[in-house]
Design a protein. Structure first.
Ligand SMILES: C[S@@+](CC[C@H](N)C(=O)[O-])C[C@H]1O[C@@H](n2cnc3c(N)ncnc32)[C@H](O)[C@@H]1O
Length: 224
C-alpha cells in the first residue's frame, strides 16, 4: 500500500528543507533546466517542482495521490493545474506532454515499473522524462556519516519537528531499498519503451538526477 502523505503534509516542506540543508531546492532547480512546453509533474506533493517549472514559463499539471499535499501546492501556485491522480493510472491520453517530471516520488510507487510505464506513455516521443531521487552514496568514506544522519538524526528530527518518527524512519529504509543508477534504468527498460538515458550524481550521490529521452515505443511480440 502507498505511504499516506496526508499525515505529514503540514510539516513536509519544513522537514524537507531542514533535512537536506536546503539542497532540495537546488536539486529541483537543476532538474528543470532546459524543460519547456506542456509539462506533467507526477507525485507533485506540495508543488515545489511545479513552482520551478512555472518560473521557466512552462504550462504545468501536477498530480498526486495526497489531497492534503495538493491543498498546500494549490496555495503556492495558483497558475498550476492540479489533479488527484495515481501515477500508476494517469488520467491523460498517450503522448500528451512535452516533458514529465517526478521529484522524490518514484521511490514511493507501489509498482515502480507500472508508474514508469504510465509516465512514458503520456510523454511525447522525443520528450524528456526527468526524475530526481534520493539514493545511498557509493563512497565508503561518506557512508558512515550518511548512515548516522539518515538512520538516527533524520528520525529524531522527524519526531521533534513533525511529531512523526515513523515517517522519517520509513524514509532512509525506502532509500536503501530503491534501485539506483543502472539498476533503476533496468526497471525502466522493462516498460517496453526505447529511450536514451543520461544520469548524474548530485551532492556525493545522495541525490540522483535521471534525464530520459523517449525515443519510440518498442513493439514487444508476445510470442517471442
Ligand atoms: C516525498 S514526496 C515528493 C513531493 C514533491 N515531488 C517534492 O518534490 O517534494 C512523495 C509524493 O509522492 C506521492 N505519491 C506516492 N505514490 C504516488 C502515486 N502512485 N501516484 C501519485 N502520487 C504518489 C505522495 O503522495 C507524496 O506527495
Amino acid at each position: 500500500m502507498a505511504y499516506d502523505f496526508d499525515k505529514i503534509a503540514r510539516d513536509y516542506d519544513r522537514m524537507n528543507h531542514l533535512m537536506t540543508l536546503g539542497l532540495d531546492r537546488l536539486w529541483r532547480r537543476r532538474a528543470v533546466r532546459g524543460l519547456h512546453g506542456n509539462v506533467l509533474d507526477v507525485a507533485c506533493g506540495t508543488g515545489d517542482m511545479v513552482v520551478e517549472l512555472l518560473k521557466r514559463g512552462c504550462t504545468v499539471t501536477g498530480v498526486d495521490l495526497s489531497e492534503e499535499m495538493l491543498a498546500i501546492a494549490k496555495r503556492k501556485a495558483e497558475s498550476g493545474k492540479w489533479k488527484v491522480a495515481d501515477a500508476e493510472q494517469l488520467p491523460f491520453p498517450d503522448e500528451a506532454f512535452d516533458a514529465v517530471t517526478c521529484a522524490f516520488g518514484v521511490r514511493n510507487f507501489v509498482h515502480l515499473e507500472k508508474g514508469l510505464a504510465e509516465m512514458m506513455r503520456v510523454l511525447k516521443t522525443g520528450g524528456m522524462m526527468v526524475i530526481l531521487e534520493l539514493a545511498t552514496p557509493d563512497s565508503k568514506m561518506i557512508r558512515p556519516f550518511y548512515n548516522l544522519y539518515t538512520r538516527h538524526i533524520i528520525p529524531w528530527l522527524g519526531s521533534r519537528i513533525a511529531g512523526n518518527r515513523e515517517a522519517y524512519t520509513y524514509l532512509p529504509a525506502s532509500i536503501e531499498r530503491f534501485p539506483k543508477g543502472v539498476d533503476f534504468l533496468r526497471v525502466l527498460n522493462k516498460t517496453g519503451y526505447d529511450f536514451s538515458p543520461d544520469w548524474q550524481k548530485l551532492t556525493f550521490g545522495v541525490c540522483r538526477l535521471y534525464r530520459i529521452q523517449k525515443l519510440n515505443k518498442v513493439k514487444i511480440d508476445p510470442l517471442l
